[in-house]
Ligand binder design. Structure first.
Ligand SMILES: *[C@@H]1O[C@H](CO)[C@@H](O)[C@H](O)[C@H]1NC(C)=O
Length: 333
C-alpha cells in the first residue's frame, strides 16, 4: 500500500515536470523549422521579392505579372518575401482588406500559388504585428507563411530568416516619427541576444551545402539607406564564422548584387516590389558592385549542389543581371 502510494507520487512528479517543461519550452525554444521537400534531380527554384504592398500601384502589378510568367517557366518551388509587406503602416488587424488588395488579388498567377516564406519589414512593425503572424491569414490564403525568425530546410539549401527590424537603434531612440509595435520584442536586449544565439547555433549545426540568411534590412548596400551598422556589428560576424554563402534582403528599393571581396559573401537586394527610383547611390568599389538598378523588379534563384544561378529582372521581364556562383565542394585546406 505505501509502496503503491510512493509510486504514484513519483509518477505525479514526473508528469508535473514533463508538463512544466512543455510550458516553458517555447520561451527557450530554438527557431521554428520548416521543411521543403525538394523534387529529385532538379534545381531548387525560387523567386525573391521585397518592399511591395501598395495595392498594385507603383508598378507592383507589372512586377507581379512578370513573376507569374517566370514562375511558370521555372516551375518555382516557393517565393521568398523579404518584408515591407503592407505600406505604409503594416496591417491594422487580421481583417485589414490590404491583405487582399496588396497580396491575394495581386499575385494571382497560377505559378505563384506556392508558399511565400515571409519576414517583417520596418513598415510592418508600424501596424499590428500579430496580425501578419496570425494563422487566420493563412486560412484566408494558404500561401502566407510569415514569422519573425525561422528556418527553412530545402535539402541542399538551408535558409535562416532573421527578424532585423528590432536591431535598428533609430526605431527605438527616435520613435516620434512613427509608432512601432514592439509587443513580443521587449525587453529588447534579451530578444536580440536570444535571436543571435539561436541563429548562430542553427547555422553551426547545419550540414546543408548552401547556407543563405534572409532579412529585411541591408547589411551591405550602395543604396539609399546605406549599410545597417547594427547588423554589421552583431549579425555579420555570425554569418562570416559560419561560412554563409549569401545574405538576401530588401529595404533599399532597388535590385543590387554586391560580392564582398574579403569574405566572399554575396549580398543580394531585391527590394523592387513597388515604389522605386530614389535616384541616390553611394560610391562603392566597382569590383564588388555587380549590379545596381534603381527601379522595380525581382530576382530568381536556381540552385544545384554545384552552383547557384541568380538573375534579376525588370518590370518587363528583361534580364538586368545574371551571376553564377560556383560551390567549391572540396575547398583546399
Ligand atoms: C514603372 O516602370 C517603368 C519602367 O521601368 C518606369 O519608367 C516608371 O517610372 C515606373 N513607374 C513608377 C510609378 O515607378
Amino acid at each position: 500500500m505505501t509502496s503503491c502510494l510512493k509510486e504514484s507520487m513519483v509518477f505525479r512528479v514526473i508528469f508535473i515536470t514533463f508538463f512544466f517543461c512543455l510550458l516553458v519550452a517555447p520561451s527557450i525554444a530554438e527557431l521554428q523549422r520548416f521543411k521543403h521537400n525538394q523534387k529529385a534531380n532538379r534545381p531548387l527554384n525560387f523567386l525573391v521579392i521585397g518592399d511591395w504592398g501598395r495595392k498594385g500601384t507603383y508598378n507592383q502589378t507589372l512586377v507581379a505579372k512578370q513573376m507569374g510568367i517566370l514562375g511558370e517557366k521555372q516551375d518555382i518551388d516557393f517565393v521568398i518575401n523579404v518584408g515591407d509587406n503592407f505600406y505604409e503602416d503594416g496591417l491594422t488587424g487580421v481583417d485589414d482588406p490590404a491583405f487582399y488588395e496588396s497580396f491575394v488579388n495581386i499575385y494571382t498567377a497560377p505559378s505563384l500559388q506556392k508558399t511565400w516564406y515571409s519576414v517583417l519589414g520596418n513598415h510592418d512593425y508600424r501596424g499590428v504585428v500579430e496580425a501578419q503572424l496570425s494563422p487566420i491569414l493563412r486560412e484566408k490564403d494558404s500561401r502566407w507563411v510569415c514569422l519573425r525568425s525561422f528556418i527553412l530546410n530545402a535539402g541542399i539549401v538551408e535558409f535562416f530568416f532573421v527578424d532585423t527590424t528590432p536591431f535598428k537603434d533609430d526605431y527605438f531612440d527616435d520613435p516620434e516619427d512613427h509608432t512601432y509595435d514592439w509587443n513580443g520584442v521587449i525587453p529588447r536586449e534579451a530578444y536580440l541576444s536570444n535571436l543571435l544565439k539561436d541563429v548562430d547555433s542553427a547555422l553551426a549545426q547545419s550540414d546543408a551545402t548552401w547556407k543563405i540568411v534572409v532579412g529585411h534590412h541591408t547589411i551591405k548596400t550602395a543604396g539609399h539607406h546605406g549599410n545597417t551598422v547594427e547588423l554589421e556589428e552583431q549579425l555579420l560576424p555570425i554569418l562570416k564564422a559560419n561560412n554563409v554563402d549569401a545574405y538576401i534582403n530588401g529595404h533599399d528599393h532597388c535590385l543590387e548584387h554586391i560580392v564582398d571581396s574579403e569574405s566572399g559573401i554575396h549580398y543580394l537586394t531585391s527590394g523592387g516590389g513597388s515604389k522605386a527610383w530614389r535616384g541616390d547611390i553611394k560610391p562603392w568599389k566597382p569590383e564588388e558592385l555587380k549590379l545596381y538598378y534603381d527601379g522595380q523588379g525581382f530576382m530568381s534563384v536556381q540552385i544545384t549542389k554545384n552552383k547557384a544561378d541568380i538573375v534579376f529582372y525588370d518590370v518587363f521581364g528583361k534580364v538586368l543581371h545574371t551571376s553564377s556562383i560556383p560551390k567549391d565542394l572540396n575547398p583546399a585546406a
